[in-house]
Write a protein that binds this ligand. Structure first.
Ligand code: SF4
Length: 453
């Protein structure tokens, strides 16, 4: 795994920072302007709304709208105003990263725990929350967050809650259920957590990268637009090593493919598994949530797996739906039968044993299944089936005629998972050396002289 910045002419990405390979301690974070009493909660909310910052967990919901909803429901005492819930609103930093191709959340918790905790505290100040949680499955990240909490008291009680890592454990209702002592499984919506979450209280469940961007916006409101329009991405696929980087919205997917080391990519699996497949003709699309959605795909959590020039898209689809079917939480009947049906059909295509009705079945399921499960897993499986038919019709036809040598040579399921980049532990009492370098100074987040604090 490599950590790169793109384009290299720009200063270090605001979240990736100047020293992405070392855990940032409290002293280094403070020295760079973190935890400063800069922007008041209402002013921060204004800047978040004006910049249009959206969540980085996958759904891309506007952050300011979510914060405002939790605050208003907290002030009214929950849905229907039936009295203020005990303890008021709750904030949750969601660091549970179930997408196998994404590493950014675990990297962030390991490398910049204080940036996440600062964002959590700022979100608590905006919503009026008096309690916080950091929800995660990565034990290394858990240890670094606990130590960060010991280094710096964030201004409200914060508890670390761990969960087994599954595809659905990071879904917001699954997080609430786990924090409340249950299994990390999604529940039917409504109510959503902002209405009734942890302990029945209005709850903000926010992805850790989102919270990092909230903290950065508080520290540098003058850079709010840039902070909102850059994003961490995990690039993988082909023979090149995976890459974690931070890029501005608008970078063409083809440019990212070249930066990753797959310049002749035949397409990509987008958004983790949530955005489905796109073909080579779509690699001119900009990495932008609206542009990608308009093209029928999704940015999701920012994980992009490029298909090498000689890769078989049917194999890629088979691996993805295999993973999803195995990860179904098996609590919605339509998900159990739907993901199994999609998996079996795509597997049959890959094996060259699909019947003449297979493509028609996949088309029908891709339209009928989305929205029928309690979470997005079923939608992802249906989306992969539909996108395979749309982006690679020739490959699908070819697999109906004869077994594909590329497919039969590939064992499914082992290429989706990307390792977290190494993040060295750092002393806790002194700023890490590299933060004092000129490169680190370029990344300082304290407002420049003359900027309104
Ligand atoms: S849609 Fe599938 S994965 Fe999601 S909650 Fe239902 S059974 Fe579980």
């Amino acid at each position: 795994m490599t950590v790169i910045r793109y384009p290299t002419a720009l200063p270090p990405g605001p979240v990736l920072g100047a020293a992405p390979g070392v855990t940032e301690c409290a002293e280094a974070y403070r020295a760079a302007g973190g935890y400063a009493a800069t922007t008041a909660p209402d002013e921060l909310l204004h800047h978040l709304a004006a910049s249009g910052l959206r969540g980085r967990g996958g759904a891309g919901f506007p952050v300011a709208v979510k914060l405002r909803s939790v605050r208003e429901l907290g002030e009214r005492g929950g849905p229907g105003g039936r009295g203020r819930p005990a303890g008021g609103p709750v904030v949750v930093a969601n660091g549970e990263e179930g997408e196998p191709g994404s590493v950014k959340d675990r990297w962030l918790l390991r490398a910049r725990p204080h940036l996440v905790l600062d964002g959590l505290a700022r979100a608590a100040a905006v919503t009026g929350a008096v309690r916080g949680y950091v929800y995660l499955s990565d034990p290394v990240a858990g240890a670094r967050i606990r130590r960060a909490l010991a280094e710096h008291e964030p201004g409200l009680p914060v508890e670390v809650v761990e969960t087994p890592r599954t595809y659905v454990a990071g879904e917001e209702t699954a997080a609430v259920r786990r924090i409340d002592g249950g299994p990390a499984l999604p529940t039917a919506k409504p109510p959503r957590p902002y209405e009734r979450g942890v302990g029945g209280a209005p709850t903000l469940v926010s992805n850790v990268e989102t919270l990092a961007r909230v903290a950065l916006t508080a520290a540098r409101p003058d850079l709010a637009d840039r902070i909102a329009r850059t994003t961490l991405v995990t690039l993988s696929g082909g023979a090149a090593a995976p890459v974690l980087t931070e890029v501005p919205y608008g970078v063409p997917l083809r440019t990212l493919a070249a930066a990753h080391g797959t310049p002749d990519a035949a397409g990509a699996l987008m958004g983790g598994l949530f955005g489905g497949l796109v073909g080579a003709g779509d690699l001119g699309l900009p990495l932008d949530p609206d542009a990608l959605a308009a093209a029928g795909t999704a940015l999701g959590c920012g994980a992009v797996r490029f298909l090498a020039a000689d890769a078989c898209p049917v194999t890629a689809a088979a691996e993805a739906v295999d993973h999803l079917a195995a990860e179904s939480a098996r609590q919605c009947g339509v998900c159990v039968s739907g993901t199994a049906a999609v998996r079996d059909a795509v597997r049959a295509l890959a094996a060259g044993t699909a019947g003449p009705g297979t493509a028609g079945n996949l088309e029908r399921w891709s339209l009928a299944l989305p929205g029928r499960g309690a979470c997005g897993l079923l939608d992802a499986a249906a989306g992969i089936a539909g996108s395979l038919l749309r982006a690679f019709p020739g490959a699908v036809r070819g697999h109906l005629d004869a077994p594909c040598p590329a497919c039969s040579a590939t064992a499914a399921g082992h290429r989706l998972t990307v390792p977290v980049p190494p993040v060295a532990d750092a002393p806790t009492t002194k700023p890490a050396g590299p933060r004092d370098s000129s490169a680190a100074r370029a990344d300082r987040i304290a407002p420049p002289k003359g900027t309104k604090p």
